[in-house]
Design a protein around this ligand. Structure first.
Ligand code: PRP
Length: 217
């Protein structure tokens, strides 16, 4: 039997992701230890866990470097890769939104040639060009996106909102909701066939955990 390779996202998704695999009988808790080690092996289950940047999980899974992984729906949408999204794991729930100053409420149709700051250029472009038919300029940032409308870098932003605190504290409001977001189990298309037995057991265990039931292999 070969190793099953599993990509997990560093940061806020890590703890819950580990608890899902532990509920399926895997041992990967060690991965969050302070060490800089990026691969943890669970030899008993012939599995290998990689800890990667959240946005990179779909890349590992698409290329088959990881057979499966847990990624935020935001990363899955932004990556636009050909993989199977098999389960909504219902944690890390938030929303992808368009936000901006309240003066722009109801005026999204007049944003032609306006600037949109975001960490999610593909999602923003798709939303404005395909859904709203507005031609806009994307300002690609890597964080603190809420600052952009405050200092004239962009008119609006496309970003995640969880509690809404960051928007409120910066005087911004939600102008439209693009998509609900949460953690998803994603699987490589070839692995789904070649490793279907092991992967289906994981899916079953995850389903049981979601239903609040214990998994018995
Ligand atoms: C995320 C997101 C928002 C904020 C939303 O940013 O991009 O800025 O959290 O959360 P809230 O609605 O609960 O305030 P993150 O903390 O990852 O930092 P970043 O802005 O540097 O990306």
């Amino acid at each position: 039997m070969r190793y099953l390779n599993i990509a997990l996202a560093k940061g806020r998704l890590a703890e819950n992701s580990i608890s899902f695999f532990e509920a399926a009988g895997y041992k990967c808790g060690e991965i969050t230890n302070a060490s800089r080690k990026l691969i943890i092996e669970d030899n008993e289950n012939m599995a290998r866990f990689f800890l990667v940047k959240p946005a990179d999980v779909p890349t590992y899974v698409d290329y088959g470097a990881a057979d499966l992984g847990i990624a935020g729906k935001d990363s899955v949408m932004e990556a636009g890769r050909r993989l199977y999204e098999v389960l909504d794991l219902k944690f890390a729930r938030c929303k992808m939104v368009v936000a901006g100053p309240k003066e722009l409420a109801g005026k999204l149709d007049s944003l032609n040639n306006k600037r949109v700051a975001t960490k999610y250029p593909a999602i923003a472009r798709d939303y404005f060009e395909n859904k709203r038919r507005e031609s806009i300029e994307i300002i690609d940032l890597s964080g603190s996106v809420e600052l952009a409308p405050l200092v004239g870098l962009a008119e609006v932003i496309v970003d995640l909102v969880e509690t809404g605190n960051t928007l409120r504290e910066n005087g911004l409001v939600i102008l439209d909701e693009i998509a609900p977001i949460s953690a998803r189990l994603i699987v490589n298309r070839v692995s789904m066939k070649m490793e279907s037995e092991r992967i289906n057991k994981i899916i079953e265990a995850f389903r049981k955990k979601l239903e609040g039931k214990a998994y018995r292999p």
